[in-house]
Design a binder for this molecule. Structure first.
Ligand code: ADP
Ligand code: MG
Length: 596
């Protein structure tokens, strides 16, 4: 029961969420920041309290002599005139406020730096969590959703949940101390404040929280679609222009943009309501004090004292209260992002760097596929059925068959992006398992139809992912020669340092494929998989590639090649024909040329 109540309380449940999201070392930092905030709040309250004696002295100079404490300071410092004492007190107050606000700014800096550091770390851990998921997840999930979850949600969570939570702590302390002090000085004020403050919190929060929550949730849901709407117009430029459908795409983009902006406008308005409301409540307080002193009150002096106390308190209470309300609303509005972060990787270290890139699987004899079968989770028939083949080192093996016959699926199993549901693959009698996937991939090269070109130089694209200073130029040269790119490169304006543009927009399809081959060769691939990589090549390039396949094969590089055109398979030792996930026959090039 108690647990249920605690879980329902927004502050407590958020505190628990944050506690679970933070790593142990971060929890300790959070504690340190909280202590700092506590100190900051106390300094704040002291600052507020220090205005009071100065104000009382200004109202009535006799206080300097009647009040024991003030009198003590007055005589101790040897003041002769009351005016100079008041003047010096005001100067001291000014000095104190300067120091206090410097401290406040420093604390805000620590507080926000802490939250933004957490955001970075959450993104890092979220990235690792996502990157640990399998191939099918990435194939079946919209990239914009992944982008949102890795990049936007962690930052949003830090700014809209963790910072407000810390704000809630610090402002809560200020609020509590002020209320307690005031009620200690004047009990009636306590009653008045409770009567005003409790509804001031509860009413707007209850009225607005669902709205804010709903708006934020819609916003988060819209973002992936919105990003997709922009990106597909950029990537689809040629097709959109050609078909003249600019209108449709722009309208689609504007529609979501307008929805998002309307939500933002509403949120902005809702954000302003607490400030206005609290201003209203302060005025209401003043009205009540007036009414109280006019009808039941005693002297004008009492009215002034009450009003001064109340105004001094309101000066600090007003911003405090609106911040608390805004923080609560922000937290409520972002509550929906917690489940997205819940599966976050729970470790401080990157599990990927442990895997060695230098350790290679020994491959000197053969690769054996035995009875491989595979069905996609959402598929109702075999994508692969009982595939059994044996490939010797240095052989070039071709695959042909209609689209959808399972050729790419078989290659994805060989690449270990998909796992066979029955059967097994062994390399030199060693089974391919999860444990040796890294070593196995270290000898694989993969060139697919839509090879990924990064926005950078040719060099960066061949030595893919290698830090610039660690690039082995001799290996790059060798890879270029083997992929028949040498002549093309020598004619480029900046040679190997030529920028080939985002997604390879400045190069042809054929050149792209050969860069893919060079990339695989740079990594000293012993097994090369070409999945329809040669489909975009012109006849001359195709001849060159076919020759290099022969050349690679002579160098004992084993090649699996899925080809669009039969002629590419000229130098293959064997060609398998696939249909509906099965290998229906095996041919030599001569046999298959006669058949088709
Ligand atoms: P190929 O490369 O020979 O053209 P694929 O290996 O890509 O054929 O596809 C084999 C079968 O698996 C097809 O029927 C295809 O629809 C199905 N398939 C491919 N990828 C997926 C996927 N991610 N989810 C579900 N089914 C898939
Ligand atoms: Mg395919």
């Amino acid at each position: 029961m108690l647990k249920k109540v605690l879980k329902k309380n927004i502050i407590i449940s958020t505190l628990l969420d944050v506690y679970h999201l933070l790593l142990p070392s971060q929890r300790f930092s959070a504690l340190k920041v909280t202590v700092l905030i506590f100190i900051g709040s106390l300094v704040d309250v002291i600052g507020l309290a220090s205005i009071l004696p100065v104000m009382f002295m200004a109202l009535d100079t006799t206080v300097i002599h009647t009040n024991v404490w003030i009198n003590m300071v007055y005589t101790f410092l040897g003041f002769q005139s009351e005016n100079s004492f008041i003047f010096c007190s005001v100067l001291a107050l000014l000095f104190f406020y300067i120091v206090k606000n410097i401290i406040s700014v420093l604390i805000i800096y620590f507080q926000s730096r802490f939250c933004y550091n957490i955001a970075t770390n959450l993104s890092f851990r979220q990235f690792i969590s996502y990157y640990s998921k399998d191939f099918l997840f990435f194939k079946n999930t919209n990239s914009n959703e992944i982008y949102r979850d890795i990049d936007m949600i962690p930052s949003g969570y830090a700014v809209s949940v963790m910072l407000p939570l810390l704000m809630l702590v610090s402002e809560g302390i200020v609020l509590a101390v002020i209320i307690i002090t005031l009620s200690w000085i004047k009990a009636e004020l306590f009653l008045l404040l409770i009567l005003l403050l409790v509804p001031a919190f509860i009413v707007p929060y209850q009225l607005l929280k669902e709205k804010v929550h709903h708006l934020n949730e819609s916003n988060t849901d819209l973002i992936p679609t919105h990003n997709k709407n922009i990106l597909q117009t950029i990537f689809g430029f040629v097709d959109i222009k050609l078909t003249g459908r600019e209108d449709n795409f722009i309208n689609k983009y504007i529609k979501t943009k307008s929805k998002i902006n309307t939500i933002q406008a509403r949120l902005y308005t809702l954000d302003a309501i607490p400030v206005k409301l609290i201003e209203l409540i302060t005025i209401l307080g003043i009205v009540i004090i007036f009414t109280y002193t006019v009808f039941w009150g005693n002297t004008k002096g009492e009215l002034i004292t009450l009003l001064s106390l109340f105004s001094a308190a309101a000066f600090r209470l007003m911003p405090s209260m609106s911040r608390i309300l805004n923080s609560l609303m922000k937290i409520k509005g972002w509550k929906h992002s917690t489940p997205i972060l819940r599966n976050i990787h729970n470790n401080e270290f990157n599990p990927f760097i442990i895997e060695s890139l230098s350790e290679k699987m020994k491959f000197s004899n053969k690769i054996l596929f035995e009875n491989i079968s595979f069905t996609f989770p959402d598929g109702n028939q075999f994508a692969l059925k009982n595939i059994t083949i044996e490939v010797k080192k240095g052989e070039a093996i071709g695959f042909v068959g209609k689209s959808g016959s399972g050729k790419s699926t078989l290659m994805n199993i060989l690449l270990r992006f998909l796992k066979e549901q029955t059967g097994r693959i062994s390399v030199d009698d060693k089974l391919l398992t999860d444990d040796n996937t890294r070593q196995w991939r270290n000898i694989l090269g993969y060139v697919k139809q839509d090879i990924f070109i990064i926005d950078g130089t040719l060099l960066e694209n061949i030595a893919y992912g290698v830090e610039l200073e660690k690039i082995d130029f001799a290996k790059v040269e060798k890879a270029l020669t083997m992929a028949n790119l040498e002549e093309w490169v020598s004619n480029l304006p900046d040679g190997i340092q030529t920028n080939i543009g985002e997604f390879g927009s400045k190069i042809s399809g054929g050149q792209k494929q050969r860069i893919g081959i060079a990339r695989a060769l740079y990594n000293e691939a012993e097994v090369l998989i070409l999945d329809e990589a040669t489909s975009q090549l012109d006849t001359q390039t195709e001849v060159e590639i076919t020759e290099s396949i022969e050349n690679l094969s002579k160098n004992l590089i084993t090649i699996f090649i899925i080809a669009h055109r039969l002629s590419t398979l000229k130098n293959c030792h064997r060609i398998y024909e696939m249909e509906k996930g099965e290998i229906i026959c095996s041919h030599t090039f001569q046999e298959i040329s006669n058949k088709f």
